[in-house]
Design a protein. Sequence first.
Lengths: 261, 202
Amino acid sequence: MRNARVFFLGGLISYRALFSWMTPSIFFLTLVVQPIFQILLFAYIGRAANLRSDEFYVVGNAMQYAAVPCLFAMTQTIAGERYQQTLGYILISPAGRLPLFLGRALPVILNGFFVAAFSLIVGGLILGVTFSASVFAPLALVVLVASLSCTGLGLINAGLGLRIRETSVLSNILIGILLIFCGANVPVGSLPDWMAPVSSWMPLTHAIEAARSVVHGNSVADVQGLLGRELGVGLLYAVAGLSIIRFFEMQSRRHASLGIA
Amino acid sequence: VRTLRLLWIGWVVHFKIVSRSPFAIGVGATWPIVNATLAYFMYRAGGHPQTLLYASLGSAVAGIWSMSAIDASGAIQRPLAVVIVATSFACTGFGMLGAGLGLRWRDAIIAINLADAVLLIFCGVNIPIASLPAWMQATSEYLPVTHGLRAARRVADGVALGDVTGLVLAEVAIGAAYAAIGFAWIRYLEGAARRGATLENA
C-alpha cells in the first residue's frame, strides 16, 4: 500500500512539479509545435533526396518525439530535485527506490504517448498523409511501448544526474543519437555497416519499424516480435538505469559527494 | 569611440559568458552535427550526389562542423569568409527580434528555437528551395541565410566574389532591415517596461 502510494502520488506530484518551470507556453511550443517542424523538415529533405514517402517521416518522427518527454522529464526528476535542493531529502527517505523512480516514469510515459500521437495526426494532416481509422488502436499500443522503452533510457540519464550536473546537454545528445540511429529518417539498412547493428540495441528502432508495419495494414500479432524486442531493450535500459541510480546514490553517501556533482 | 568601446566590451563579456556555458556549447554543437549527419545520410541513401553537395554546403555555411562540412571546406576559398560574415550579420539582425521578445517573455529562448527550425526548413540549408511549395519559396526570399547560402554555393562552384555581390548585399540588406525592426522593437518594449514597471514581471 505504501509503495503504491509512493508510486502513484509521488509520480503525480513529481510530474506536477515539472510545471514549476515548464510553463504551458514552453510545453506547447516544445512538445506540440516543435515536433511538427521536425516532421516538416525531414519530410522536405526526404522529398528532395527522393528517399521515401512523407508517411515514412511522419511516422518516424512522431514516434521519435515520444522519446523527448521521456528522456527530458525523467532526467529532470533528479536534476530538478537537485535544483530545488531537495535531492538529499529524497535520498534519505525510506521510500523504496523502485516505486519512487518508476512512479515518476508513469506520467512521463503518458506524456510521451500524447506527444507522439498528436505529432502523428497533425503532421499527417499537414502533409496530406492519411491513416486508416483501424490503425490507430494498434498504433497506440506501439507508441506506448516506445514511450516505455525511452523511459528506460531516461532512467539512465537520470542516474547520471546524480554524478554530473549537465544532464540537459546529455539529453540533447541522446535525442540526437536516437534520431540518427533509430531509423526515424534514414532507413536502418542505409546506415553505415557499423551503425545498423548498434541501432537494434537502441530504444525506438523496433517500435518505429513496428509502427510503419502497422500503418501498412499489419496487425499487432504481426509485429509482436518487434514489440517484444522493443520492450526487452527498454527493460534492459530501465534495469541499467535503476542500477546506476542505486550505485551513484551509494557512492554519494559513502563519499558525501551529492552536492559536489 | 564610446559606441565602439561599448560594442567591443559587450561582445567580449557576452562571449565569455556563453563560452562558459556547457549547455550553450553542448546544444549549439550537437544539433548542427545531428542535422548535417542526417541530411548527409538521407541524400546519400537517395543517390543524389549533386544534392549531397548542396546539403553539405548548407551545413558548412550554417557553421556546422560535420563530415559534410569537412567535405565542403575543401571547396571553400577565402571569399566564403565574406559571405559567412554577411550571413552572420543577417542572422544577428534576425536574432534581435528574439532579444526584444526576452523583455516581455521569460522563455523567449523557446521562440528562438522555433525560429531556428523555420530557418532550417525555409532557407535551403539542407533542402533545395526549388523543391519547397511556392509560398515557402516566396517567404524564403525575405529571410536571412537564403541569399547568403545562395552566394556561398556559387562561390564554392568557383564563381568570383564580385559575381555574387548582389546576393551578399541582399543578405546584408535583409539583416539590416531585421536589425532596424529588432532595435525599434527592443526600444518599444524597454519603454513599455519602464512605463508599466513590468521588467521583472516578464
